[in-house]
Ligand binder design. Structure first.
Ligand SMILES: [Zn+2]
Length: 474
C-alpha cells in the first residue's frame, strides 16, 4: 500500500538525531588549521587584484571572483573588537560557561573579522574598538579553538632592557616577530613587582609599635604613606578604637572607605581571617558586605600560635580553622561578589587543598597566591621550599610572599628574585632590616622598593597590579 504523505491524519513524530561525522576541511581550511596548530600563526589569503585580505581564508575573492586560494599572508595575532555580544545562557554546544563574550574581531593585517571568545575582561567593560590579542591554546584541538580565546591587549610601551646584546654581530638566532613581541611583553610584565603593605594584622598592638593603625583615619593615613612609598595594595584587618580586631560590618566598611577616600587609587585587600575566635559566618559575611577588590582566602586548618622563638615557650595556643567546606564556601562567595581571592599558602598541603577544591571550576584566572612564612604552626622560610611551592602553582598564577618577624625581608627578596611579588607591613614584622623599629609600614615599603630596584624590577602602580592580578576597580 502506497503512503499518501498529503493525508491530513499522517502522524508526525518529532525527534532529534545525534550525528557524529567527519569531513574534509578543504584545501584552504586544512592549511589554515594546521598552520595555526603547528606554528601558532594565523594565516589569511589576499586577493592579488583588490588586495583584500580574507580571514578566515577562502578560495575565491567575493569582489573579483579571482582564485586566491594559495596567496597566503600572515596576519597579526592582535586586532580590535568590531562588535560583540554577551552570551548569558548555558548550552552544551557553547565553548564556555555563561556569561561570556563572543566578539567579532578584526585582526591587524586582515580586512574581514572573525568570531571568537573574548575573555580576561568583565563583560560590562568590553568596548567596540578595544585592542585585543590572541591567547593560544596550550594543547592542540585541531579547531579554531587552537586560539583559546582573545584577551585585552596589554600596553605596549614596555620596559625593554636598555642593555645592548653582547657578542658577535649577525649571529643572533632567528626569532619571529610574534615571538619577539611575546618575549618583550613577558619581560615588561615580569619587571613590575606588586608591593603590598599589611598595615595591622590582628595581633600587632600599639605597645609594640605606636604606628600600627586602629581607627579608620589612622588606617587611611598609613595606607596613603605606603602608597606614596610605592605600595599598590594594602591588606587590612580592621580594629576597634581599643585595638581589638573586629568583625563588625560597619567598622570594617568605615575603615575600607576611609582608605579609599584618602587614597582612591590603592587596592584594598581585606582579611577573611579577621582575628582569633571568629565564626565562619562572621569571617565571610563582612567580605560580602564590603566587597573589597581582593580578600584573603585561607587553605588549611592549622596551629596558629604565639611561641617564644628562643625558648619554645607557648604564649598563645590557637587552632586556625579553615575546613574544605570553608575554603569552598568562602571562595565561592568571593568569586560571586567580584572579590578576587588571595590564596594564603602556609605549606604545600594548603596549596594541595586549594588545587583539589579548584577542580570545581569556580575560581577565575589569573589565580593569586601568597606564600606565608614563619607562622608558628606553618613553615619557616626556606629558599628550596619556596621553589617547591612556586613550581607547584597552576598555569596563570601570580604569587607574592610574606614572612613573620626576621623572615620578612629574606622571603620577599627571594620572591622578587624569582618573579614574584612582595608583601611587607606591621602585621608581619615591626622592624626594618637594620633592626630598628619601623616608623610605619611605609618604611618597610621603602626598603622593599630598594630591594626590587636592586634586582632590576620596578614597583607596579595599582592599575598595573590590577591588570596583573585580574582585579576589577571599584
Ligand atoms: Zn592578614
Amino acid at each position: 500500500m502506497a503512503l499518501d504523505y498529503d493525508r491530513k491524519d499522517c502522524f508526525i513524530v518529532e525527534g532529534k538525531l545525534a550525528l557524529p561525522y567527519s569531513y574534509f576541511a578543504g584545501r584552504v581550511g586544512s592549511t589554515f588549521i594546521t598552520t595555526l596548530r603547528d606554528k601558532k600563526k594565523i594565516m589569511g589569503v589576499k586577493c592579488p587584484v583588490c588586495n583584500k585580505v580574507y580571514l578566515p581564508p577562502r578560495q575565491t575573492c567575493e569582489r573579483d571572483l579571482t582564485d586566491i586560494r594559495d596567496n597566503w599572508v600572515e596576519v597579526q595575532p592582535s586586532g580590535e573588537v568590531v562588535n560583540f555580544t554577551v552570551v548569558r545562557y548555558d548550552d552544551k554546544h557553547l565553548p564556555k560557561k555563561a556569561p561570556f563574550v563572543m566578539a567579532l574581531i578584526k585582526l591587524d593585517g586582515a580586512d574581514t573579522p572573525i568570531v571568537h571568545i573574548l575573555d580576561g575582561i568583565a563583560p560590562e567593560e568590553v568596548k567596540i574598538g578595544m585592542k585585543v590579542e590572541a591567547v593560544f591554546s596550550s594543547s592542540p584541538t585541531n579547531t579554531i579553538l587552537d586560539i583559546s580565546h582573545f584577551a585585552p591587549k596589554k600596553p605596549e610601551k614596555a620596559f625593554v632592557s636598555e642593555r645592548k646584546p653582547s657578542g658577535a654581530k649577525g649571529e643572533e638566532p632567528v626569532i619571529s616577530e610574534e615571538e619577539k613581541l611575546l618575549k618583550e611583553r613577558r619581560k615588561a610584565m615580569s619587571k613590575k613587582v606588586i608591593i603590598t603593605a599589611a598595615l595591622a594584622g590582628a595581633a600587632t598592638m600599639k605597645n609594640q609599635t605606636p604606628s600600627v593603625p586602629y581607627t579608620p583615619q589612622e588606617f587611611a593615613e598609613e595606607a596613603y604613606k605606603c602608597y606614596k612609598a610605592g605600595a599598590a595594595m594594602v591588606h587590612v584587618h580592621a580594629r576597634e578604637d581599643n585595638g581589638m580586631p573586629t568583625h563588625d560590618h560597619k567598622r570594617i566598611k568605615d575603615t575600607h572607605d576611609a582608605i579609599k577616600e584618602k587614597c582612591p587609587d590603592i587596592i584594598v585587600n581585606l582579611s577573611s581571617a579577621v582575628g582569633m575566635g571568629k565564626t565562619a559566618e562572621q569571617r565571610i559575611s563582612q567580605i560580602v558586605y564590603v566587597k573589597p577588590e581582593m580578600a584573603s582566602l585561607n587553605t588549611n586548618t592549622m596551629n596558629f600560635s604565639i611561641i617564644d622563638r628562643k625558648t619554645g615557650k607557648i604564649f598563645i595556643d590557637f587552632v586556625f580553622e579553615n575546613t574544605f567546606t570553608m575554603l569552598q564556601d568562602f571562595g565561592k562567595a568571593m568569586e560571586e561578589n567580584g572579590v578576587k581571592p588571595e590564596v594564603e599558602v602556609y605549606d604545600l598541603g594548603g596549596l594541595d587543598n586549594w588545587l583539589l577544591i579548584s577542580k570545581q571550576g569556580f575560581f577565575t584566572k589569573p589565580y593569586n597566591f601568597n606564600f606565608v612564612w614563619g607562622v608558628a604552626g606553618g613553615m619557616s622560610f626556606r629558599p628550596d621550599m619556596f621553589m617547591v611551592l612556586k613550581n607547584a602553582l597552576p598555569e596563570d598564577s601570580n604569587f607574592t610572599t610574606c614572612g613573620v618577624g626576621i623572615e620578612q625581608f629574606p622571603a620577599i627578596t627571594m620572591s622578587c628574585l624569582v618573579g614574584g611579588h612582595m608583601r611587607v607591613g606591621l602585621e608581619d614584622n615591626i622592624r626594618v632590616p637594620n633592626g630598628e623599629l619601623a616608623k610605619g609600614s611605609y618604611e618597610q615599603v621603602e626598603w622593599a622598593v630598594r630591594i626590587a630596584e636592586s634586582l632590576g624590577r620596578e614597583p607596579a602602580t595599582p592599575d598595573e597590579a590590577r591588570e596583573i592580578m585580574g582585579l576589577r576597580k571599584r
